[in-house]
Design a protein around this ligand. Structure first.
Ligand code: COA
Length: 159
């Protein structure tokens, strides 16, 4: 008799698959940062931010492997985006949207009323993703990033 084949995991995974990150996930956050950002957060910076009471780091894992994450800091009504990214091998499967959407509930639970972030002017993928999720570009911040690139200030009023 042939063995029962494993049940394939649903993709995209359900929102319930988005969980607060543990200390053991942070090396993978730093590794993804290093792989995808021109000015990545170091492991030490990620650990320092994660340890702050105001910070929320959420992610989606496949086993022990981190596929996508979203970090933000809540100060009063503002949930300020630290960063979000999807592992390059796991893109265009809805995971970026999944973690950002899940972040809304976590932000609201901490008293936030809106998200605020800064996105590189050249970052078409993130700008499209945010537009689909109801974020608005509310202004251009010249030379915001360390390499001189402009940022769009992006904002989402939490429903
Ligand atoms: C931006 C990013 C987070 C998107 O993650 P993702 O998991 O691939 O996103 P999703 O699968 O949820 O994409 C949802 C929608 O966003 C838009 N989008 C995502 N990637 C895109 C791309 N490369 N080009 C154009 N639109 C894109 C599309 O509208 C997409 O829907 P579709 O796949 O049905 O066309 C990912 O590309 C990434 O990690 N980039 C590097 C890190 C980064 O720039 N982070 C944001 C700055 S803090």
């Amino acid at each position: 008799m042939s063995p029962v084949p494993p049940t394939p995991s649903p993709f995209p995974p359900p929102a319930a698959a988005v969980v607060p990150l543990a200390a053991t996930d942070l090396a993978q956050v730093a590794a993804i940062e290093e792989a995808v950002f021109p000015e990545p957060l170091s492991y030490a910076e990620v650990v320092r931010l994660w340890a702050r009471d105001a910070t929320v780091y959420l992610g989606v894992r496949d086993g022990d492997r981190l596929l996508a994450y979203f970090g933000f800091e809540v100060q009063g009504p503002t949930a300020h985006v630290i960063s979000n990214a999807t592992h390059p091998d796991a893109r265009r499967r809805g995971l970026g949207g999944l973690v950002l959407r899940a972040g809304e509930e976590f932000a609201r639970a901490r008293g936030a009323r809106w998200f605020l972030g800064e996105v590189r002017r050249s970052n078409v993928a993130q700008l499209r993703l945010l537009a689909r999720l109801g974020w608005r570009a509310v202004g251009l911040v010249p030379h915001f990033f360390g390499n001189g690139e402009d940022a769009y200030a992006v904002w989402r009023l939490l429903p």
